[in-house]
Ligand binder design. Sequence first.
Ligand SMILES: Nc1ncnc2c1ncn2[C@@H]1O[C@H](COP(=O)(O)OP(=O)(O)OP(=O)(O)O)[C@@H](O)[C@H]1O
Ligand SMILES: [Mg+2]
Length: 200
Amino acid sequence: MVGPSGSGKSTLLNMIGLLDKPTSGKIFVDGVETTRFNESKTSEFRNKKVGFIFQFSNLLSDLTVLENVMLPRQIGGKTVGTKEEAMKLLKTVGMEKFVHKRANKISGGQAQRAAIARGLVNSPSIVLADEPTGNLDSVTADTIVQLMKSMCKKIGLTFIIVTHDRHQFGDVDKTITVKDGRTTDGEDEEEPPVMEVTIK
Ligand SMILES: Nc1ncnc2c1ncn2[C@@H]1O[C@H](COP(=O)(O)OP(=O)(O)OP(=O)(O)O)[C@@H](O)[C@H]1O
Ligand SMILES: [Mg+2]
């Protein structure tokens, strides 16, 4: 997802992930109208269906890398197999050597790898990433992009990524451009566009 600063990319992403509510309009994810969810359904969706990756990894600095990655699953009430799943993902993102390091003792690129593992630990259907490479040098950013693309293929899940650097991502299935709060698809419509997200 691309578009100028202030165009509404983060807002759209946050609404898809139910971190934010639209003042009007409906949101469908995978054919389900999520704007009708009550509070408990909303938290369940947020916890189980979506994984979040932000510009700053937002790891809890007092916890180890492993503990950070395990956290969303524990919050979701799943304890069985959590450590194994977290370890498997940390290995996939090349962080196996750092699992017991405190989160404030690793580099930005390493933290972002850990954040990807954390975003995937609940086996979400969709991963929402808001400028996940925005805070990284270009070499590290390239590695993170390749990592996300390979996870996308390997696990077969949908990533929706906001970026200022469209170039960095090379080939993607779809580019959504947001301008003045609208996706380009909805430019000619009178009604606010209904944003539909289809999960593969
Ligand atoms: N909770 C909110 N309530 C009302 N307006 C908001 C809210 N959050 C953001 N905005 C406004 O909505 C517009 C879109 O903001 P948003 O953060 O989605 O842009 P963005 O495309 O992600 O920009 P950037 O590329 O700078 O991150 C901005 O004008 C912003 O000030
Ligand atoms: Mg933004």
